[in-house]
Design a protein. Structure first.
Length: 318
């Protein structure tokens, strides 16, 4: 079973508007409200892949109850720690031929008491899982080293951690003694970690940088390249992953869907090639759907067979 962690969930609301009028009234005919947050997108796709899952994190108030109701409707098992404060909203205004303007609430500030309750719940859940994913931002009250603390606890329980984070929270986890099993930064996030700026579409130098000391101890580093696929490192092996050209309907949540596919294949003990092909395929399938964090599994085999994985020759001396 896979445990997915979403520390700062939200109700994701999508408002399609022909033209966004500033300082005026904008009326919306169709509104989409879903259980959101990167970790819940991961949860949804893992569930659609038919893998056992339980979602956890912190929820509060009426909005938290709404999210749990949505997860129940999708038959996603969950066990959240409940707080008195309200879970946040995230609003996306889709307007003017493809523009997207977002209004994101910061979410609740977690007290020390609620923090301790969550960590106790988390320790109990780890007893029954073989893999845990951690995705997205942290709510207020939790330091940048919070994922590192959770990785330490998972390590004590013999559970591998797949981490999708960025900025200081990612950096803290890489500087920690116990490392995540897999991370999935994009090219810009790799550059931020190393203080480097990469030229777009110049991927040949990435293997050199992925051998930097900051990545020592991380078994898998999968660097997302959008429509260009990915470059991945598993221990000392490097891979170039290419994906077919497709018609993109909605790219939002594709990184989360990729993470879900990687997690499923790792939990099933698949080979390097199968792990990468599964992750890329679920990412592709998400881009073909209007709904965020959603795939049509009936199309999985077709696109899985169109993903290619090639070993990259790389000399450490650069």
């Amino acid at each position: 079973m896979i445990l997915t962690v979403t520390m700062n969930p939200s109700i994701d609301m999508s408002y399609p508007i022909d033209h966004l009028k500033i300082d005026d009234v904008n009326r919306v005919k169709e509104v989409s409200k879903t259980a959101g947050g990167k970790g819940l997108n991961v949860s949804r796709v893992i569930n659609l892949m038919g893998t056992d899952i339980i979602a956890t994190g912190i929820l509060g108030g009426f909005f938290g109850k709404f999210i749990e109701k949505k997860l129940d409707q999708e038959e996603i098992k969950h066990s959240f720690t409940h707080i008195d404060q309200e879970t946040r909203n995230s609003i996306a205004l889709l307007h003017d031929n493809g523009n997207q303007t977002e209004v994101l609430e910061s979410g609740p500030v977690i007290s020390e008491e609620d923090n301790e309750r969550f960590l106790n719940d988390y320790k109990n859940l780890l007893k029954n899982v073989g893999l845990v994913t951690m995705s997205g931002s942290l709510p207020g009250g939790l330091g940048n080293d919070y994922y590192s603390k959770m990785i330490d606890i998972a390590k004590d329980n013999g559970v591998k951690v797949i981490l999708d984070s960025s900025g200081e929270t990612l950096k803290e986890s890489l500087l920690n003694d116990n490392k995540p099993y897999l991370i999935k930064p994009n090219q810009n996030e790799v550059g931020q970690l190393l203080g480097e700026k990469f030229e777009r579409n110049n991927y040949d130098s990435l293997p050199y940088y992925l051998n930097s000391p900051i990545f020592d101890g991380v078994e898998w580093v999968v660097v997302s390249l959008g429509a260009d696929g990915a470059i991945a490192k598993h221990n000392g092996n490097f891979y170039r992953v290419k994906i077919p050209v497709i018609k993109v309907v909605n790219p939002v949540g594709s990184g989360d869907s990729t993470l879900a596919g990687l997690s499923v294949a790792i939990s099933e003990g698949k080979s390097d090639e199968e792990i990468l092909k599964t992750g890329m395929t679920t990412g592709i399938l998400n881009t073909m759907e209007k709904k965020t964090g959603f795939i049509n599994k009936n199309l999985f085999s077709k696109y899985y067979n169109e993903v290619t994985v090639e070993a990259m020759n790389y000399a450490k001396e650069g």
